[in-house]
Design a protein around this ligand. Structure first.
Ligand SMILES: C[S@@+](CC[C@H](N)C(=O)[O-])C[C@H]1O[C@@H](n2cnc3c(N)ncnc32)[C@H](O)[C@@H]1O
Length: 410
């Protein structure tokens, strides 16, 4: 079938129409004319695969990765980075308009290096070969290079291949400090022959047990230092995370908040980042290893006004009152309903919502918008060359309006 691509869907796939039905086509850009075969047929939509490009988009670029067509980890390496950023801005705008009926103006997307930005990767090992799993499968794509991973990580592929040959590995996790000076390697499987790799890493963890004296690497964001173990949550973009945290810090610096809650705080990174500018900050995360790391980082940064609680947000949020700032950074599923309803009851003066999934952000903003007005929505291209986009949303409590003796929100 010969079709013309009309636009991109939210996953970066080309959209074409044939006989009134929508077709999603990977690696196809707006205005391109392509021949396709149908690979999946559903009542509501079709999926197709390009067999021949007849007209190419001027926005098409050569993928940097030799595995791009088979790996599936990236979705937009065939699109220029300028157009990728424009696509992400449009995606955020249209989803927020459709699901939260918000027409708020978006701040321009913040973006830095499109490649070599990740400070962490996880590799699988099958039959002594290392690589990534193809999207939604257990099929290994053997790799010896990943242009999303930082240069330090890329320099370790060869020794890791050797390590895989000499042992019965299942999984390899590599993490570096943001300046790429320190390396943490976590191995899972049957590992006996690891002397050579010990010289190349600062921390070696085998099946959750540190073999090296140190179990943490140390990294910096702005003026704060963070110790990271093999289990800690930590933002993967080595440069842009500082910009995202600075956006939060700017809001804090421009107000005089006394008591802040940092919900879904991970290793307490944001709590500590803002701790010099609030009287008290309480971070909550349900992951024990994260809270252990948060407490270590609290001491490292001498942040006496920070407290970290290991609990489910929805189980403990009701215990807090007189909070003037709440920061939330939930997983892709967005805010739990109890958490959201309790935030509305606590009524902090400001709410900063950091989101890695704009669909659930829109759902939650729709429920918050009667109580809060949107002051800022800023996308961050934290995961260049994929369709993912992070957003920071700053919300302010609406002032109560007195109408005929009744109090309502403005
Ligand atoms: C996106 S990460 C937070 C990142 C952190 N703010 C940072 O910048 O590093 C989401 C965190 O939510 C935590 N989490 C997920 N569901 C939770 C829940 N119901 N209650 C508490 N923490 C939860 C996870 O352990 C994870 O650390």
């Amino acid at each position: 079938m010969r079709v013309k691509i009309e636009k991109l869907d939210n996953f970066g796939r080309g959209i074409a129409y044939a006989n009134g039905r929508i077709i999603f086509i990977e690696n196809a850009l707006p205005d391109e004319e392509v021949d396709i075969v149908i690979t999946k047929e559903n009542k509501k939509y079709l999926e197709g695969k390009v067999t021949k490009y007849l007209k190419l988009s001027p926005n098409r670029t050569e993928a940097l990765c030799p595995y791009y067509s088979i790996c599936g980890g990236c979705h937009l390496q065939h699109l220029s980075i300028t157009e990728e950023n424009a696509f992400k801005e449009e995606k955020v705008k249209s989803i927020l308009k459709k699901f939260a009926s918000t027409e708020s103006t978006l701040s321009p997307i913040e973006a830095l290096s499109p490649y070599f930005y990740r400070n962490k990767i996880t590799l699988h090992v099958h039959n002594k070969k290392i690589g990534y799993y193809q999207n939604n499968t257990n099929t290994l794509v053997e790799i010896n290079y990943c242009p999303l991973a930082n240069k330090k990580i890329n320099s370790l592929f060869k020794p890791l291949q050797q390590l895989a040959l000499n042992n019965d590995l299942e999984e390899i996790m590599l993490r570096t400090s943001n300046n790429e000076k320190e390396v943490l390697l976590k191995l899972t499987g049957s590992v006996t022959n690891y002397q050579d790799i010990l010289n190349l890493v600062d921390v070696l963890v085998i099946n959750d047990k540190a073999i090296t004296k140190k179990a943490f690497i140390e990294t910096k964001i702005g003026t704060k230092s963070y110790k990271l173990s093999s289990l800690s949550f930590f933002q993967v973009n080595k440069e842009l995370t500082k910009y995202l945290y600075d956006e939060v810090l700017q809001v804090v610096k421009n107000s005089s908040f006394q008591k802040a809650l940092d919900l879904y705080c991970g290793t307490g990174t944001i709590s500590l980042y803002i701790s010099d500018f609030v009287q008290k900050v309480i971070g909550i995360d349900y992951n024990k290893a994260n809270i252990e790391a948060a407490n270590i980082n609290k001491d490292l940064n001498n942040a006496k006004n920070a407290t970290f609680i290991c609990a489910k947000v929805e189980d403990v949020i009701n215990n807090y009152q007189n909070i003037d700032l709440i920061i939330v950074d939930p997983p892709r599923a967005g805010l739990n309903k109890i958490a959201l309803d309790t935030i509305i009851k606590i009524k902090p003066q400001s709410l900063i919502y950091i989101s890695c999934d704009v669909s659930t952000l829109a759902r939650d903003l729709n429920l918050l918008k009667n109580t809060y007005s949107i002051n800022l929505i800023k996308p961050f291209n934290m995961f260049p060359r994929t369709y993912h986009v992070e957003c920071v949303c700053v919300l302010n409590l609406r002032k109560p309006l007195k109408i005929k003796g009744k109090s309502t929100s403005q």
